[in-house]
Design a protein around this ligand. Structure first.
Ligand code: ACO
Length: 380
């Protein structure tokens, strides 16, 4: 490992990059985010092509193994994913013990911790064991998310169906009815778009935990914690709360004027890497348009457009993926607090791919800080 020193400014204060903005901390072969060309590639494939042609299962294989699955590999992955779909009694017992006042992200975070505690191979760092754990989480997290929304509504568990893919089965186990094709397609698209995005805050968190040689479940639990915040994954939920607050397209402009005057952060807008628009937004917006037609909710689209236009008239800050995903999940029937757990369902594929990549060329992630507290002093 090569070691570089932090450049010092005159006077000895090191250069500090708050939030690690612009700092390149490692290489990755998993995805490429290119703000200049406004593109996102998973293992070389444009995410738009993957969203049009693949489900989360194929993308999981691509992220974990570097190549899309052959038909035989896909059959095998599907069979194994389906074999782990039923909510385990141990996880269900813990979920049932969590009050419904808790945020659903707390439930998913706790459930993954329980999954790890019940996996006898959790401490096995081999690639085979990590792939197996990743597949279990890919299959089990949707079961937790679906059951948690149902129990909050006083509804019983719906057993999974083996004839449906992951996305359709998640809709089935949440709502107890087979969703229309257009809804399945939009949901599948959102999962593919959410699957991976290089060194974002939650993925970096997973890599930090992995760098200490902790197990994959610990890395995912920590990543879920990082994703929960509204500056990251929690933004899809926060977007819907903004829409509820504004209420109607006719009020969007005045609402934004006031919100910006109050220095509020407008959720669903802005991005640390993309400064000219998020590469994933057009694909998700097209899916949202189809949902709007399907559900006849042009009022929601009018509000979406009005807020985006009001923002564009004032600041060069463009929507990110959470902006179309929030209203899309709302139209599908998910509770607002369930939106970020849906992000977990998808992103666990990217997180676990990064866990494996970090392990393959590990170095403990341990940056430095510049102390600016009191000088040395002593007890009287
Ligand atoms: N609303 C209002 N102002 C904003 C927003 C926003 N959403 N985003 C950025 N700005 C402003 C900042 O206040 C800052 O203004 P200033 O220069 O006058 O101080 C300027 O734009 C630059 O913003 P930074 O905060 O420096 O940009 P940074 O890269 O740190 O932030 C972030 C990126 C955190 C995503 C930010 O845009 C934000 O808070 N957005 C809202 C939350 C959100 O939607 N997060 C989802 C991210 S994408 C994802 O997780 C799928």
């Amino acid at each position: 490992m090569t070691t570089t020193t932090t450049p010092s400014a005159p006077g000895g204060t090191p250069e500090i990059r708050k939030g690690l903005a612009g700092v390149v901390v490692d290489t990755t072969a998993i995805s490429k985010v290119d703000p200049a060309s406004n593109s996102l590639l998973y293992r070389g494939y444009p995410v738009q092509e993957l969203a049009a042609r693949c489900g989360l299962e194929e993308v999981a294989h691509l992220l974990w193994h570097g190549e899309l699955p052959t038909p035989g590999e896909l059959d095998d992955l599907r069979e194994r994913e389906r074999s782990h779909r039923a909510l385990s009694p141990a996880v269900r017992a813990v979920v049932d013990a969590i009050p419904t006042t808790a945020h659903p992200m707390d439930v998913v975070r706790t459930a993954v911790s329980v999954m790890g505690a019940h996996d006898p191979a959790a401490e096995d760092p081999s690639r085979e064991a990590t792939l197996d754990a990743s597949l279990r989480m890919l299959a089990q997290i949707p079961a937790v998310v679906a059951y948690d929304q149902r129990r909050r509504r006083g509804q019983d568990l719906v057993e999974p169906r083996e004839d449906l893919d992951l996305a359709a089965n998640l809709l089935w186990t949440t709502f107890g009815e087979e969703p229309a094709e257009v809804v399945q397609d939009a949901f599948r698209t959102s999962l593919v778009l959410y699957a991976e995005h290089s060194f974002n805050a939650s993925t970096f968190t997973a890599r930090v935990v992995t760098s200490t040689l902790a197990d994959v479940y610990s890395a995912v639990v920590a990543a879920i914690g990082a994703l929960k915040g509204p500056l990251h994954g929690g933004a899809n939920e926060a977007v819907m709360r903004l829409f509820d607050e504004i209420g109607d397209a006719s009020r969007a402009d005045a609402w934004l004027e006031r919100a910006l005057a109050e220095k509020r952060t407008i959720m669903g807008f802005g991005h640390r890497v993309y400064k000219n628009g998020d590469s994933r937004v057009p694909t998700m917006k097209a899916a949202l348009d189809r949902l709007v037609d399907h559900y006849g909710r042009h009022d929601l689209l009018a509000l979406y457009d009005a807020l985006e236009q009001a923002m564009a008239a004032r600041k060069p800050i463009r929507p990110n993926l959470d902006y179309p995903s929030g209203p899309a999940y709302h139209l599908m029937g998910f509770d607002t607090a369930t939106f970020t757990p849906l992000f977990v369902v998808a992103r666990v594929t990217g997180w676990t791919a990064h866990v494996m990549e970090q392990r393959a060329a590990n170095a403990l992630i341990r940056p430095l800080s510049h102390y600016d507290g009191p000088g040395e002093r002593h007890l009287a």
